[in-house]
Design a protein around this ligand. Structure first.
Ligand SMILES: [Zn+2]
Length: 278
């Protein structure tokens, strides 16, 4: 049976989420998915559907003299179209939205003969001293890479990738993002061994996963507090936490547990855990 657009979208979204990409929290700008021709970033649901890259349709690629590599599979981009329907009784025109899609390929990895048009923005920030101290003071830390486009912690290889400072319009957002991933890394089996990190194949949306996200975000907010970073990121964190709370059915017991774990994780990074246990 042919899949509906909705099924295709849902499938892709779940794939992304299972990879640990949380699309409603992206305070950096470079390295996302853009339209190759216009260099405009994709928005809304399409940010779930496409990984970082520059995308063009088969026709655009052909017209520009490129060639899709053999065996490459297309990605889908969706958009709303408005269908006009006349109400039989009132004669009024009703506009009904319906979802359409088209297919695209990523020109750097899937196409021969086309060149990247990327012009990346860069923000000039001074590092925030106290926040840098926290980052550098994390003993037994994971490995770090700083490539554009994705904030993620990989428990398997114990490695964090955080977009670089220059990709964030606000320096505070960089540290809040980095701290979020650092908190995740404290769940590694060699550190505090939290189930949300040590459990394999945790499905998005289940309790273990949601709780780990809460721990990471609350822990990051705590570290931001220690670093004296202004409240705007904490407000963002709050709304982010709220979206998780809804998925946890506002279970306050879980929130209290997650807060305790977040405190432990923040203490671990700050090296204050022993002092607290005495
Ligand atoms: Zn996270």
């Amino acid at each position: 049976m042919k899949k509906s657009v909705y099924e295709m979208v849902t499938e892709k979204v779940m794939e992304q989420l299972e990879k640990g990409v949380v699309p409603w929290r992206k305070p950096w700008i470079n390295g996302g998915a853009v339209n190759w021709k216009t260099q405009k970033p994709y928005r809304g649901i399409n940010t779930f559907l496409l990984e970082a890259g520059e995308y063009a349709t088969f026709k655009q690629i052909q017209e520009a003299g490129g060639k899709v590599k053999k065996g490459e599979k297309s990605h889908i981009v969706v958009f709303w179209k408005w269908l006009e329907k006349e109400d039989e009784e009132s004669g009024k025109i009703e506009k009904i939205p319906y979802l359409r899609y088209y297919r695209v390929f990523e020109i750097n990895s899937q196409v021969d003969g086309l060149e990247s048009k990327r012009k990346e923005l860069s923000f000039d920030h001074d590092p925030i001293g106290k926040a840098e101290e926290i980052y550098k003071g994390f003993m037994n830390a994971p490995d770090y890479t700083f490539h554009s486009g994705r904030a993620v912690y990989y428990p398997g290889i114990d490695q964090i990738n955080c977009p670089p400072l220059k990709d964030f319009p606000k320096a505070e957002e960089y540290y809040s993002t980095l701290f979020h991933e650092m908190i995740h890394s404290t769940g590694h089996k060699s550190r505090l061994a939290r189930p949300g990190v040590t459990t394999n194949n945790v499905a998005f949306g289940d309790e273990v996963y949601s709780k780990e996200e809460l721990v990471a975000e609350m822990g990051a907010a705590m570290l931001c507090g220690v670093a004296g970073i202004d409240n705007s990121t904490i407000e963002n964190s709050a709304s982010y936490i709220h979206s998780w709370l809804r998925s946890l059915k506002e279970d306050h017991r879980l929130v209290v547990q997650a807060a305790a774990q977040a405190q432990k994780a923040a203490d671990y990074i700050l090296g204050t855990e022993e002092a607290d246990e005495e």
